[in-house]
Design a protein around this ligand. Structure first.
Ligand code: ADP
Length: 270
């Protein structure tokens, strides 16, 4: 992954390559000249404040919004799973966990009845995600973390090579957030490419190997150590931030919002 597609990355190997992508809603540019390459096995966090264009960049990468200019190429036959924000889903839709997972195949346009032979596959995925025993439960009666994992199960059931997650830990408590991050790390170690968006620097971004700071355009891209600098953070979040060392931890001090402990890089698989 890099912000300079043409010089550092072979487009042949990339899953998705965006070059100088601009997207505008009603002639108002929302992301401008974005270069981004996603390679197999990447685990990338798209970081930026609300309204900085993270969802729009997802849509551009996945081909669900017209480009004003630039190009996005996707590797032929690429399978991608999208995990939306759990808060934006109508959880009253009358299906069980197993049915919800089964519906992910054929683009969701099928009856929720589980085909013969699929049940074992679904049970295996649910077990992998710690959802065993919940197959017959209505999706409404799940915790936020379990709902998040149902969508991960859908992506895994389709055999997606890359999983995109929109604010995956939004609304989750700290423990559940860590569980979701561990799961994503496990999936990534199994070779699944993970791309997620987040506004949460301290809780998520610093746990990832690669961060892309976005605010209309790519402000910085690289490891947290490379990217989490006062300059990049100020240009991304629009307010001055200082980074201090304290007891082996990095502390980001945002004069507008107080301070918080910021581990530079944690091995989420540990
Ligand atoms: P983020 O995901 O970082 O919050 P978005 O990509 O959702 O950012 O939004 C970026 C900007 O584009 C915001 O100002 C938002 O109001 C605007 N926007 C997003 N989607 C639409 C749309 N369908 N039509 C018009 N404006 C939109």
């Amino acid at each position: 992954m890099t912000s300079d597609v043409t010089t550092l990355i072979s487009p042949v190997e990339a899953l998705i390559a965006a070059e100088r992508v601009t997207v505008a809603y009603e002639n108002d540019p929302v992301i401008v000249d974005v270069d981004l390459t996603i390679e197999p096995g990447d685990m990338i966090g798209i970081v930026g404040p609300s309204g900085s264009g993270k969802s729009t960049l997802f849509r551009a990468l996945l081909g669900s919004v017209p480009l004003h200019s630039g190009s996005v190429s996707r590797r032929a036959g690429l399978t991608v799973g999208l995990v939306p924000q759990v808060e934006r889903i109508d959880w009253n839709f009358p299906v069980t966990v197993a049915e919800c997972v089964a519906m992910a195949r054929a683009g969701g346009w099928r009856t929720p009845w589980i085909r013969r032979g699929e049940r074992r596959e679904i049970d295996a995925v649910l077990e992998r995600l710690g959802l065993d025993g919940l197959a017959g439960r209505h999706i409404r009666n799940l915790s936020g973390g379990q709902q998040q994992r149902v969508f991960l199960a859908r992506a895994m059931f389709t055999g997606a090579e890359a999983i995109f997650l929109d604010e995956p830990t939004s609304g989750l408590d700290v423990t559940t957030r860590h569980e979701v991050l561990h799961l994503l790390d496990d999936l990534n170690r199994d070779g699944v490419t993970i791309v997620l968006s987040t506004h949460d620097l301290n809780g998520i971004a610093t746990h990832l190997p690669t961060i892309v700071c976005l605010n209309r355009s790519v402000i910085g891209a690289g490891t947290p150590a490379d990217v989490l600098t006062p300059d990049v953070l100020e240009r991304t979040y629009g307010s001055p931030m200082e980074i201090l060392e304290h007891g082996g931890m990095r502390v980001v001090v945002d004069s507008g919002h107080g301070s918080s402990l910021l581990p530079l890089r944690r091995d989420v698989g540990a």
